[in-house]
Design a protein around this ligand. Structure first.
Ligand code: NIG
Ligand code: FE
Length: 411
């Protein structure tokens, strides 16, 4: 400071909380029994200082605080870490409500995709939108997520599939506060004859700029999208360019996503609704996380992923919304938590770990996000209940009362 005095710390004391619930310890990722371990403190406080958690403890052990401190009354409320959505497709224009109406009458998602609808219809709308409209769209979606307690979100591109729109999407996600993943291999756009020639274009023409904007690359490895050998070509080039790797795999069929993810040292394979016994075993024996997306399985009326098997075998499991206009028009991690409890047979403590620590791990941020512990970013969700378990229990309820991001009340 020019006058020689240090700036006063910006402090927020969340006091008289009925409960603070946070994954125990500081290790990440959490797997096996460790995923079910929580610290729950009753009659508690959370002290935030300069955007970080300074202390968490019992009210009766709170030292007198000298100097300026803002206070937030936590009476009757439970606090959990800010939720982390590690898999969304929040950058799109238009909607797919007509397709949803057709699916409601029996059309299948894969049929619509094969007929040039589905993902490609969102590609048409997104190409026409322009970057400013995309920023507005991601900001709108971010506000929806925040209202459900999501304080950190990843978003994929993948609805541009041309150089200009893919790069505009990655910039829009960043400008709206998201963590960008380049989903350059989401579908083969109509101007290309096949997946091979499209991937050759994407790697040669888009990757050199996308690597500067994105943290990770993703591919839709599936019948009708990209097969394992084309996905390997795309992901290998992305890895070479310094991007972390993610895969959409085993959504409808097992087409080699898990072995490829392990071979290339990917961060995660996401979906896994079609994963069989061998895939469960392989994933559990690896450092690749499985990201489960039960809102997508529900929205498409598909079987759920073998979550219990993955957890019991010791796999790293995270949960996310998969928010997108086609297969999961759902931005609520609390709803995903309810589905994980009722459909995936996950324990409530496992669920909290899967939408905080393990999701942060998938985004390479578990050292600073996902816990209410000293030194972590002060992202705090105050639930409208004295018992944190309502996060999953209140099916579709408005369970989020207040949201604090980096020590500031934002919602
Ligand atoms: O994760 N499966 C591929 N991609 C998305 C859906 C995208 C869309 O339908 O627009 C998913 O489900
Ligand atoms: Fe997805």
């Amino acid at each position: 400071m020019s006058d020689g005095r240090a700036a006063l710390p910006r402090r927020l004391l969340i006091r008289d909380l009925a409960q603070v619930a946070t994954p125990a310890g500081v290790d990440a990722p959490l797997r096996g029994a460790a995923l079910g371990q929580l610290d729950v403190v009753e009659d508690a406080y959370v002290l935030c200082e300069d955007g970080r958690i300074a202390a968490v403890g019992r009210m009766r052990e709170l030292d007198r605080l000298d100097g300026e401190v803002d206070e937030l009354d936590g009476r009757g409320l439970a606090a959990v870490p800010g939720l982390v959505d590690c898999h969304t497709h929040a950058c799109f224009a238009g909607d797919r409500v007509d397709e949803f109406a057709l699916r409601a009458r029996g059309a299948s998602y894969e049929e619509l995709h094969a007929a040039g609808g589905g993902i490609l219809s969102t590609v048409r709308a997104t190409r026409e939108a322009g970057e400013e409209a995309l920023v507005e769209a991601v900001e709108r979606h971010r506000a929806w997520m925040l209202g459900h307690g999501t304080t950190t979100f990843e978003s994929k591109s993948g609805y541009g599939l041309d150089r200009e729109t893919e790069l505009a999407s990655l910039r829009a996600i960043h400008r709206a506060g998201g963590i960008p993943t380049w989903l350059g291999a989401h579908a083969v756009p109509p101007e290309f004859d096949d997946a091979e020639s499209y991937v050759a274009f994407a790697v040669a023409e888009v990757l050199p700029a996308a690597r500067e904007l994105a943290e990770a690359a993703d591919v839709f490895l599936e019948r009708g999208a990209f097969d394992a050998s084309t996905a390997r070509r795309y992901l290998s080039a992305c890895k070479e360019a310094g991007l972390a790797l993610r895969l959409h795999g085993d959504q409808f069929t097992e087409a080699g996503a898990i072995p490829l993810a392990i071979e290339l040292g990917a961060r995660s394979v996401d979906h896994l609704e079609a994963t069989g016994v061998e895939g469960v075993r392989a994933l559990a024996g690896s450092t690749v996380a499985g990201v489960l997306l039960p809102a997508s399985a529900l929205f498409l009326n598909r079987p759920h992923a073998p979550a219990r098997e993955l957890l019991d075998a010791g796999a790293i499991v995270a949960l996310a919304t998969d928010f997108n206009p086609g297969s999961a028009f759902c931005e609520s991690l609390p709803l995903v938590a309810s589905l994980a409890a009722t459909q995936l047979r996950m324990g409530l403590a496992e669920i909290l770990g899967a939408i905080t620590v393990n999701a942060a791990h998938v985004l390479g941020r578990a050292d600073r996000l996902g816990r209410l512990a000293p030194g972590f970013e002060a992202d705090v969700v105050l639930l409208d209940t004295a018992d944190w378990r309502y996060l999953a229990y209140h099916l579709g309820g408005s369970v989020v009362h207040r949201v604090v991001v980096k020590g500031a009340l934002v919602a």
